[in-house]
Design a protein around this ligand. Structure first.
Ligand SMILES: [Zn+2]
Length: 184
């Protein structure tokens, strides 16, 4: 049986991560993001949820969630503080997993002649990943190589193994998870 991983989702927090000062990071034609934006100057505070997503697809966590990950030795996570405070953090991952495009039915729509990106990348499910870690019970946070979404609201999927999923689901009720099949 193929190993399982999961994509992690939180509720919308009703905010935006990027703003007009980040204009250079986006393609002027198709509006997709050309490069990561890491400036630590967001006017963004989320207290309602420990895990949530902005409208433009950035995962935001609270200090409680960051501490939870750190205390359990979870690897792969990268935290970018927002508002120059230690209240909220943008959570990214430096561990990349490749989508298996021979199995998944991802659609790349409207290739941009200016940046060679796509205006929309949709259809991650059913999700297949071809380079799953050998130990999916390891405590690590991963990101998909493909960024899904459209225009200025794209981002990678955030993936976790089954053991970390169970730990997170027990502690943070707002999270939900979608299954991913490992194909190799
Ligand atoms: Zn473009």
């Amino acid at each position: 049986m193929a190993e399982r991983m999961s994509v992690l989702y939180g509720p919308d927090n009703g905010r935006y991560y990027y703003d007009e000062r980040d204009r250079d990071a986006f393609c002027p034609r198709c509006k997709t993001r050309l490069k990561p934006v890491r400036a630590d100057r967001r006017r963004l505070t989320v207290r309602k949820y420990d895990w949530s997503y902005t409208y433009d697809n950035q995962l935001i966590i609270t200090r409680k969630a960051k501490t939870f990950l750190e205390e359990r030795g979870v690897s792969g996570a990268e935290f970018v503080s927002v508002n120059r405070s230690d209240e909220n953090f943008a959570l990214n991952s430096v561990e990349v997993l490749a989508f298996d495009l021979s199995r998944a039915s991802v659609r790349f729509i409207d290739k941009c002649t200016l940046c060679d990106g796509y205006a929309e990348v949709i259809g991650p499910y059913p999700a297949f990943v071809k380079d799953c870690p050998s130990d999916t019970d390891g405590l690590a946070i991963y990101r998909s190589d493909i960024e899904f979404g459209s225009h200025d609201a794209t981002g990678p999927l955030i993936l976790v193994g089954e053991r970390l999923k169970a730990m997170l689901a027990q502690e943070f009720r707002e999270l939900h998870f979608e299954p991913v099949t490992c194909t190799e």
